[in-house]
Design a protein around this ligand. Structure first.
Ligand code: FE2
Length: 165
């Protein structure tokens, strides 16, 4: 399961990618959406790590893996998707209301809402807007009733985003 949510990791990944695709995102951002939580399955911590006061730093784990194989337009939004949550919490007062309980729980461990210096630094990233879009789909992709296409539907796009050679 996806730490405390009503869907599995695979369902969450497919739902996030499907929401990206439905929004007309570039293939690279669809694949970033698909793989954004890969870090959760690259460590041996319990899937409710935040409940044990542990930040699993899954965004960094995933990005370090992805940057070896994929273009920056995939790995960078993934690296920034937790920062995007902290950014949105600081910039958009209504945003906190839509966060799930596990997301709020992990927020504190991840540093809470950004301060002004962090906001300014975040906005310097060429991928910060992609990270925010990804984050919005991420937050919605926890719906036990949503039907998504299977992983096979994304294979061609995955291949198109690999670093060539
Ligand atoms: Fe996620």
């Amino acid at each position: 399961m996806y730490g405390g949510e009503a869907v599995t990791q695979l369902e969450h990944a497919l739902q996030t990618a499907t929401l990206a695709q439905n929004a007309g995102a570039y293939p690279s951002l669809v694949i970033a959406a698909l793989l954004h939580d890969l870090g959760h399955i690259l460590h041996d911590l319990p899937d409710d790590a935040p409940g044990h006061n542990i930040d699993d730093l899954h965004e960094n784990l995933a990005a370090r893996f992805l940057e070896q194989h994929f273009i920056d337009a995939v790995s960078e939004p993934v690296r920034l998707h937790v920062a995007a949550k902290r950014y949105l919490c600081a910039k958009d007062p209504a945003y906190m209301d839509i966060l799930s309980e596990p997301s709020i729980q992990s927020l504190a461990l991840q540093g809470g809402p950004m301060d002004l210096a962090e906001i300014n630094a975040f906005e310097l990233s060429p991928f910060y807007k992609d990270a925010i879009r990804l984050r919005r789909w991420d937050d919605q992709a926890k719906d036990p009733d949503m039907i998504s296409p299977p992983i096979e539907a994304f294979v061609e796009m995955i291949e198109a985003c690999l670093i060539s050679g």
